[in-house]
Design a protein around this ligand. Structure first.
Ligand SMILES: [Fe+2]
Ligand SMILES: [Fe+2]
Length: 318
């Protein structure tokens, strides 16, 4: 895998050019197959650095070295993200993506589609991205055998990354998320890059609560746009029966300044707080499953298909 391909290479599809479905017309099929090199910079966890280094020095030491090429990619992604994810931008992305008018596919097709995203962070291993989905799911299944919905959440939590196959840049697809329309937190990674965000000089958005009421609840809070928020809308928009805990895990799994940094409690209500432990429980499996053995995907697929049939069946609108 060429390490030089830092940038996300967009697909042949023209972003923003897909017209809403009308009069029963068929939606365009998913973007043509094309490999996209990207890295989810949420793996960069300075707050957990000591813990990670203690756990597996060889594997993680290089990652935190500023001379390392990965560090540059991560820093560049956050530089773009923190300067361009504004209230205006998030509104635009909701308009564009949450109407689910872009393409149709099943959950299992989306899992396979993930393999067109090549994780640049593993240049030597070059595992298909769907392996992370199955690894996360299988580890959850081992630890929580009685919660089948939780297993499915493990499998599908990153499926929102398919927007990268339709031209969205890395900084609008992956990485830690944060609320827009209020003061940016120093608990976000690379907080200094917020200096270039025009919302920082907005008279309302620059204040602690910004456009929100104290403890209004995260449901009323606009998060920076990425695969978490998009997948939440795909699930709800297609009428999933996954429990609320599962939907929270998917929607906020990259909201590190909250679930790991312990910030933003002033925007949360009791429901959000009651979900926090679930998100943290999920996060363990998401972060640490990558070093695990590779599951035999073909043998576990029928089990996951049965969960899809139970909680989010059929062909979905995306
Ligand atoms: Fe993710
Ligand atoms: Fe993940």
């Amino acid at each position: 895998m060429p390490r030089g391909d830092k940038e996300v290479v967009v697909s042949d599809s023209e972003p923003g050019k897909v017209e809403p479905q009308q009069g029963g017309e068929k939606m365009p099929s998913p973007a043509p197959s094309k490999k996209i090199f990207m890295e989810d910079p949420s793996e960069y966890r300075p707050e957990l650095k000591d813990m990670l280094i203690g756990k597996d020095q060889e594997e993680f030491r290089g990652f935190y070295n500023e001379d390392n090429e990965r560090y540059d990619i991560v820093a560049e992604t956050y530089s773009q993200m923190h300067s361009k994810q504004t209230v205006e931008f998030v509104k635009h992305m909701h308009e564009k993506w949450t109407k689910l008018t872009h393409f149709k596919m099943t959950i299992m097709e989306a899992v396979e589609k993930l393999d067109e995203l090549v994780d640049e962070s593993d240049p030597d291993i070059a595992l298909p991205n769907s392996i992370h989905a199955f690894q996360t799911a299988e580890r959850i299944r081992e630890a929580h055998p009685d919660k089948d919905w939780f297993h499915l959440v493990g499998l599908i939590h990153d499926l929102g990354k398919v927007i990268a196959l339709h031209g969205e840049p890395q900084w609008a697809t992956v990485g830690d998320t944060f609320p827009v329309g209020c003061q940016f937190s120093n608990k976000c990674v690379f907080p200094e890059y917020f200096d270039n965000n025009p919302d920082r000089s907005h008279p309302v958005y620059r204040t602690q609560y910004g456009m929100y009421e104290p403890n209004c609840g995260l449901e009323k809070v606009q998060m920076s746009f990425g695969h978490d928020e998009y997948m939440y809308h795909v699930l709800v928009g297609n009428g999933t029966s996954l429990p609320v805990e599962g939907l929270y895990m998917i929607r906020y799994h990259s909201f590190y300044p909250w679930h790991t940094g312990n910030d933003y409690d002033y925007l949360c209500n009791e429901k959000d707080r009651s979900m926090l432990e679930w998100i943290r429980e999920f996060n363990k499996f998401d972060l640490y499953s990558k070093a695990d053995s590779i599951p035999d995907v073909e043998s576990v697929k029928p089990y996951y298909q049965s969960l899809i049939d139970k909680y989010i069946p059929g062909v979905l609108s995306w």
